[in-house]
Ligand binder design. Sequence first.
Ligand SMILES: [Cu+2]
Length: 131
Amino acid sequence: MRVTRTLLIGAALLLLGTSLSARAEVHEVSMSGFTFVPDMISIAPGDSVHWVNSTQTIHTVTSGEDCSADGLFDSGNLEPDDEFGYRFDEEGDYPYFCIPHCGSGMTGRIEVEEDTAVETETWGRIRSLYR
Ligand SMILES: [Cu+2]
């Protein structure tokens, strides 16, 4: 009887672990020209966003509004092909911008909402890093 119970608890924990890890998604935002693509995405709490600089220009991913950093996250200078990731655990609106190009409108927004997150493109290549 004790063995059965242990097995059941083990199976339940396994299921829980599987469903939790399956929920956390990684969403890709690329830098293309002088824009973030897509520039607005909705994700669920616990999801990550991964930015990729697919341009030949240095960009940053810096949290804040009106070109003013709020200190939550900042990638620093991203050279071509550099990447930056951030996990969003709390619900809310997270505006961000590129320091060198904010004046030209290089801004984006991450919306973190429970249950209403829209499934966006995930980046399979780096997904395993977040499991
Ligand atoms: Cu930029």
